[in-house]
Design a protein around this ligand. Structure first.
Ligand code: S3P
Length: 176
């Protein structure tokens, strides 16, 4: 079984993927972690040393490889909105789950994670980050086979909703 998780920074993709992976007893591949392991650099270090354009190239190659793997793939917030990745994901037979978080939820989580872990938050500040979030919403919605509102819900509740919707089936059932 395969599932792809998408959503803005701070929507909980990595946490939800971990819990979902335990409950479905399938592997989890976190794209940012794969990038960190392959490059030997933390994401902010990668941005510092090579810039965003190079990061996006590396991210694209890593996404291609991750989509070959079985299990859950949690993407970075910007992954699905890059043209090449968008096209890849749109055509992919795997069900895509969009974790939809409000502006408030995102800002609260990112502030509590620490600004230094998110280079784009550092560069753009709160207002710029929310503009980015709004500009990406349409692409997330276009890719979503399942959309989950994640505000004020525990990871267990979110995962239960995802599993229920996966069991109901999506238009990409051939992936199972
Ligand atoms: C990014 C999101 C980050 C990471 C990088 C760029 C983005 O992942 O890939 O900092 O463009 O939204 P998370 O969504 O896991 O924070």
């Amino acid at each position: 079984m395969k599932v792809i998780l998408i959503g803005f920074m701070g929507s909980g993709k990595s946490t939800i993927a971990e819990v979902l992976s335990e409950q479905l007893a399938i592997e989890h591949h976190d794209l940012d972690l794969l990038i960190e392991n392959r490059s030997g650099l933390k994401i902010p270090e990668y941005f510092d040393q090579f810039g965003e354009a190079k990061f996006r190239e590396f991210e694209h190659q890593t996404l291609i490889d991750a989509l070959e793997m079985d299990g859950i793939v949690s993407t970075g917030g910007g992954t699905p909105v890059q043209d090449a990745n968008f096209a890849l994901l749109l055509d992919h037979p795997t069900p895509t789950v969009f974790l939809n978080a409000s502006d408030d939820t995102v800002i609260k989580r990112l502030v509590s994670d620490g600004i230094q872990s998110r280079p784009l938050f550092q560069q753009l500040g709160e207002e710029g980050l929310l503009d980015l979030k709004h500009s990406r919403q349409n692409r997330y919605e276009q890719l979503a086979d399942i959309t989950i509102d994640v505000n004020d819900k525990t990871p267990d509740k979110i995962v239960a909703e995802i599993i229920e919707k996966l069991n109901q089936g999506t238009n990409k059932e051939r992936a199972y």
